[in-house]
Design a binder for this molecule. Structure first.
Ligand SMILES: NC(=O)C1=CN([C@@H]2O[C@H](COP(=O)(O)OP(=O)(O)OC[C@H]3O[C@@H](n4cnc5c(N)ncnc54)[C@H](O)[C@@H]3O)[C@@H](O)[C@H]2O)C=CC1
Ligand SMILES: O=C(O)[C@@H]1CCC=N1
Length: 268
């Protein structure tokens, strides 16, 4: 297991989730420094700094996990440094490689789009790099492998799409669970019980879909006996492609926002 120092700039919702995932992964051996002016505490063994150290010291791996709108705050600190990290892993939605190269630099830059379940090793991390060699690519992939599924994206233009799907996706699914539970409640179930049923149903269905050789359309048909109640419910979701149209509009709105964030970061 690699042992070079890792600096994590920003340990909020997502940086914190990655940190928890890494520290829980077997054999994790890198010394970690969190740089965050606001985070209340960090796990045992992790160093906390309130700002990027001045001077030319650089880590082996720098993980950038601030908000895209906060990039301008750290830019002058990086500009003042003579060197650059060996590998930069940026999880900033929308912010492109060219912008990262201008602001931070690094021998190799890899964009990563994780999602919140990385904190329990069940996440998805999409990766893209225009300049990393095979060694740096496998190092980046190895870094996130313990956090769940890893998928490379070949074209940076598709990064906004994976961000909308798997990066934002947990947010949409949490909303779905909430809506399903509330619908159960409207049919008379106690709220807490409805939430338990909805959460376990989504979990079990996702596990089954992930382990099955059959696609979700076939699996849905397995639940829907002809003339039965599931079919009546599916008819509501399928009428005028109601659910599909809603998901298309949802992902499009998220992808368009990523493109706006990229444009803002480009213009500094
Ligand atoms: N929340 C999510 O599910 C996902 C977020 N992302 C990306 O992760 C990044 C962070 O998002 P969240 O964690 O949700 O935001 P957040 O607001 O929870 O975390 C940002 C952290 O950065 C810290 N910070 C602010 N200014 C700083 C500075 N100058 N130096 C060091 N740290 C600073 C804040 O104190 C905070 O702890 C964003 O770029 C977002 O696009 C990517 C995938 C999923
Ligand atoms: O909402 C956001 O901007 C970030 C990007 C992916 C998930 N959360």
């Amino acid at each position: 297991m690699a042992t070079g120092a890792l600096w994590l700039i920003g340990a909020g919702n997502m940086g914190g989730a990655m940190l928890r995932g890494w520290l829980a992964s077997p054999g994790w051996a890198r010394p970690v420094t969190v740089i965050d002016p606001h985070v209340a505490e960090v796990p045992n063994g992790v160093t906390l700094l309130r700002e990027l150290p001045s001077g030319d010291e650089q880590p082996d791996i720098l993980v950038l996990a601030i908000k895209p709108q906060q990039l301008g705050d750290v830019a002058p600190l990086f500009a003042a440094k003579a060197g650059a990290p060996r590998l930069l892993l940026s999880i900033l939605a929308g912010v492109e490689t060219t912008t990262l190269k201008n602001v931070v630099g690094a021998d190799a830059i890899v964009r990563a789009m994780p999602n919140l379940p990385v904190s329990i090793g069940e996440g998805v991390t999409a990766l893209y790099s225009s300049d990393a060699d095979n060694g740096a690519r496998s190092e980046a992939a190895g870094l996130v492998a313990s956090l769940g599924l890893v998928e490379w994206v070949d074209d940076e233009k598709l990064f906004d799409a994976v961000t909308a799907l798997s990066g934002c996706g947990p947010g949409f699914l949490f909303r779905f669970i909430e809506a399903m539970a509330q619908a159960g409640e409207a049919l008379g179930l106690p709220a807490a019980q409805a939430l338990r049923l909805a959460t376990a149903t989504v979990k079990g269905s996702a596990l089954l879909a992930a382990s099955s050789n059959e696609g979700p359309a076939v699996l849905a048909d397995r639940v829907a006996s002809p003339g039965g109640s599931t079919r009546e419910g599916l008819n509501v979701l399928d009428r005028d492609e109601a659910l599909k149209a809603l998901m298309r509009a949802t992902l499009l709105a998220a992808a368009e926002r990523n493109a706006e964030l990229a444009a803002a970061a480009r213009s500094g």
